[in-house]
Design a protein. Structure first.
Length: 164
């Protein structure tokens, strides 16, 4: 039996397979190193011998960031016609004591479906005070082109939080 020709990276089936691979890694929180696991490589080869897995570097530096950019633009578009609530949370990972800050958005779509998106999640090495958290929060809002409209209840919550 003749060996099948490997698809070029821009072949429609290869593009689709790579998109699904990147989505699997993001959805299942898999490390990029899965690409180097012999069992995964063998599994992929047997599913479709014509598909050549992208390199770990291509996946992490080009493919996933490209998908992220497209998803981010779609999420931004959905913000144009609704009001959103943006919140932040900080926590410390128990085993490594590394601190993190997350910023998420919540809204009701025009179809009356509850939606949310994680806008940012980063390690947070700064002191966990109101000024540093607010600075990070504002950087994320700026990155997403969001304008914060503060309300009295939120202001009171921040004041009460600082008192405690």
């Amino acid at each position: 039996m003749a060996k099948k020709q490997t698809w070029d990276n821009d072949h429609p089936s290869a593009v689709f397979a790579t998109k699904l691979l990147a989505e699997m890694i993001a959805t299942d929180l898999q490390p990029y190193s899965i690409m180097e696991n012999e069992g995964f490589r063998r599994y992929s080869r047997n599913l479709e011998p014509r598909y050549a897995l992208p390199s770990r570097r291509a996946l992490s530096e080009i493919i996933v960031p490209d998908i992220y950019g497209k998803v981010k633009e779609e999420v931004k578009k959905s913000f144009h016609t609704v009001k959103i609530c943006v919140k932040t949370d900080t926590w410390t990972e128990a085993t490594t004591t590394r601190a993190f800050v997350g910023v998420s958005a919540h809204w009701i779509s025009n179809e009356w479906e509850r939606r949310f998106a994680v806008l940012n999640c980063d390690e947070f090495s700064a002191k966990h005070n109101g000024e540093n958290i607010a600075a990070k929060f504002n950087r994320v809002l700026n990155d997403w082109n969001l304008e914060c409209q503060r309300n009295t209840s939120m202001f009171l919550f921040v004041i009460m939080w600082r008192i405690w």
